[in-house]
Ligand binder design. Sequence first.
Ligand code: SF4
Length: 471
Amino acid sequence: MTTHRLVADDMDMIDVPREECGVFAVYGESESFDAAAVTHNALFSLQHRGQESAGIVVSDGETISVHKGMGLVRQVFTEEDIRSLNGHLAIGHVRYSTAGESLLVNAQPIHARCSLGPIALAHNGNIANAAELISELTSAGAVFQSTSDTEIIVNLLARAGRPSIAEALREACLKMTGSYSLVLLTPNSVSAIRDPMGNRPLCLGRMAGAYMIASESCALSTVGAKFLRDIEPGELVTIDADGLHSVKLLESKKRAVCAMEYIYFARPDSQIDGKVMHLVRKEMGRQLARESKIEADLVIPVPDSGWSTALGFAEASGIPIDIGLNVNRYVGRTFIQPKQELRNRGVTLKLTPIDAVIRGKRIAIIDDSIVRGTTSSVLVSLLREAGASEVHMLISSPPWRYACYYGIDVPAAKELVASSHSIEEIRRFINADSLHYLSLDGLYAAIGRPADEICVACFTGDYPATDASGV
Ligand code: SF4
């Protein structure tokens, strides 16, 4: 039956999909506007999208200054660093390495001096045809200093031979497939573009005297800005001394927003394309309760991401909800480091059961996904050791069977437990009394957008073509 060994020798591996990156841009209308301080605060609220490196590039209208480093935002910037970044416009980035290694040279924003003048760029997404573009560019004499695919975009811009940023961006984007939400800084403007399928989120906000653009609306709330709207797929927004300009730069043939943003990645207080994540996830929980119809005494979320779904599940099922797993917030997110040995023992370091809540009860545990199955198996055994009489595992996504080419770091398809095993085989492996996944129709209903506007390729293998040539 199997190509994947359903054994427990890798029990302590953490198997969750990893997020990509977060981007932010701000343009202050007054020269005294402190763009670095605002960007620094915004990056804290995007930290869940990338924890390996962070960076800010600012401009005072003439001079561009850069500070970036490895680690969390609080580790990369001191108060003095922020004070030294003078200027009223800035872009910022937090990174998880979906393409390229976790090295300082790959930290973003990437900055360069080219025929367009000094530019800096930060990217969330994944260039699906990166290998082909690197080969073309190196044959034409390009030199790459990093292994990040964002440098490809810088090279495409520099070699576009176009007089304006907008034209160079259009030329570059037409060559790329995959997903990208980009922010770009010149000495006197910031720009942002969302790929034609709108795969990664990107939104626009306003506070007194400044416009800003962020991967998620939670960054706008954090800095006291008002959410104005999402950037549309294929739209280029530029902010400069003349105000805000918007142009539909790229034709959008098919919208394909990443379903995993709704299920897990985006913060619960963020909204994407008109939907607030907490409310979408609550609806996923209600759908899951209607579909699974299990009998249990207590609903327990896997903290913290399972909370919204578990609240909806408890509401629709009538089963009480409680805290059954205590989270140690000082361990950090379990997938904070990419190297396997640093993730070892992450589950038990981070989560401990509250025996007095669990003992003797039939537990319905709510999580967002199963990747290899190893984390779920540890969770079930933690609950059984704490005295649960039954453990029912409920997952707020369909089975994850296929790789992602759009910027989410998941193991190769052969390592995904659902790619080669039935739900019953996975249930046996994780040793749960029952296992239920949210159906695809249930997912669409909870998100509340038409099925043909959501990317669900990691569940179905049906990848949205990202340009005329597809992926
Ligand atoms: S394949 Fe899955 S993770 Fe990747 S963009 Fe599509 S829905 Fe998101």
